[in-house]
Design a protein around this ligand. Structure first.
Ligand code: GLN
Length: 308
């Protein structure tokens, strides 16, 4: 590369314009994150040293990343990491990119776990990065867990995340089709299964339709295939007074509740995400003990934001 010097503030402005022209919302934020990562600069460098000069190598790396983002690749996939529930997760091409909406599953799991005495065994079906299970375990130091995924590369990524978060001694990941080969009975079974109707996937934002693994999105013709399997099979691995927490997509609460009810489950709670959408359904067996017929107080969000 010739020319220069490459001044940070100029590079930021050009990158922001390029992303804005490509139709990227939040173009300034994305430009800042990507240039910082490409150039190895801190947030402070970016904010307080706009005259800083980038080397030709730094500029080339930044341009490559900005180009990828302009092609609608999400920042998390370009950087290979995503923050979820305040923790950092490695994201790979075979794992779903963790979504803030899914944090409500973790919060609910923690609330119910505390009601159970804080030491539950937890099974996460279709674990991807492991974000749901590992965030839950991280908040419950005496809990232990198992995560399954049909893709061995996702299992490997989840294992790496467990190691980097310091949870590896309390968690086991296994390659499994839903819950085949899973041993034992769990107090809490959770899942964020694929739930997008097949015909709707192509209409999602390119960040999703082109970069999330199809198998992590595709819920069959009506989006409910996974719930049919899970409603029938989770009892094989659930403790008698255990609970199942299911993430659901827009408008699926009634259908999924109906499927679970027909399979012998009782709905305990329907929790909304921070945007107010039904997101997390909590089920117990119809024969579960009485205490389980009332949801516990919601503490997950409060615990995380305000420790008291
Ligand atoms: N459990 C993972 C997540 O919520 C993966 C879910 C999936 O692949 N559908 O991110």
């Amino acid at each position: 590369m010739t020319g220069g010097p490459f001044v940070l503030s100029d590079e930021l402005r050009q990158a922001t314009n390029r992303l804005r022209d490509a139709g990227i919302e939040g173009s300034a934020t994305d430009a800042r994150l990507l240039i910082a990562a490409a150039a190895g600069l801190s947030r402070e460098d970016m904010l307080y040293d706009p005259d800083l000069k980038l080397s030709p190598d730094q500029k080339t790396r930044a341009e490559t990343m900005i180009h990828r983002r302009a092609d609608r690749e999400p920042v998390s996939r370009i950087l290979g990491r995503r923050e979820f529930y305040g923790l950092s997760f490695e994201v790979t091409p075979v794992t779903l990119d963790p979504r803030p909406d899914s944090e409500v599953i973790v919060e609910a799991a923690i609330d119910y776990a505390l009601c159970m005495g804080g030491k539950p065994t937890v099974l996460d079906i279709g674990t991807g990065t492991g974000c749901l299970l590992l965030s839950t375990l991280e908040a419950l130091p005496e809990a232990i867990g198992t995560g399954t995924d049909i893709d061995p590369e996702a299992v490997a990524a989840a294992c790496r995340n467990a190691h980097s978060l310091g949870c590896a001694s309390r968690v086991k990941f296994q390659t499994s089709d839903w819950l085949s080969g899973v041993q034992g009975r769990f107090d809490i079974v959770l899942s964020n299964p694929p739930y997008i109707p097949s015909g709707d996937i192509a209409n999602l934002a390119p960040e999703v339709s082109q970069y999330d693994p199809w198998s992590a999105l595709d819920g069959g013709s009506d989006g409910l295939d996974a719930y049919r399997v899970l409603a029938d099979r989770i009892p094989e691995t659930l403790a008698p007074s255990g609970i199942a927490l299911m993430e659901i997509g827009a408008g699926q609460a009634d259908d999924v509740t109906g499927l679970f009810s027909a399979a012998g489950w009782h709905i305990l709670e329907n929790r909304a995400d921070l945007a107010g959408h039904d997101r997390c359904l909590v089920f117990a067996r119809k024969t579960a003990p009485h205490w389980l017929t009332h949801p516990p107080p919601k503490k997950g969000v409060g615990n995380r934001m305000n420790p008291d």
